[in-house]
Design a protein. Sequence first.
Length: 123
Amino acid sequence: MTATSDFFSRLAAACQDPRFSKVCGSVRFDIGDGDDLEQWLLIIDHGRMEVTRSPDPADTVIRVSVPVADAMARGEVNGLAAITRGEILVDGDLGLALRLGRLFPRANSGGEQNEQPTPSGAS
């Protein structure tokens, strides 16, 4: 399993994130280059999150290469910085795309990652 697949699996298991309680929208991640494209659809409805592998239309589409997506999933790359460098392309609601940065781990000063969302009711 890639770091990106693991990230989306953890996100799907969490089902809910209170930081997104006022957010509604859909985001499709197009990960890859050329013919080899992996697509993940994230639907956010007032903090409830549904993650599926789907090419369905979304409010926002984020295009990113596999190495950058994996690095983000490991907390090694900041999404905003990657957008600024042109490593991530956003089509649609940029504000929603920027909010998603909260879902990705961030490396702390010791090089360890901060915690990911946990399933509802888990501690």
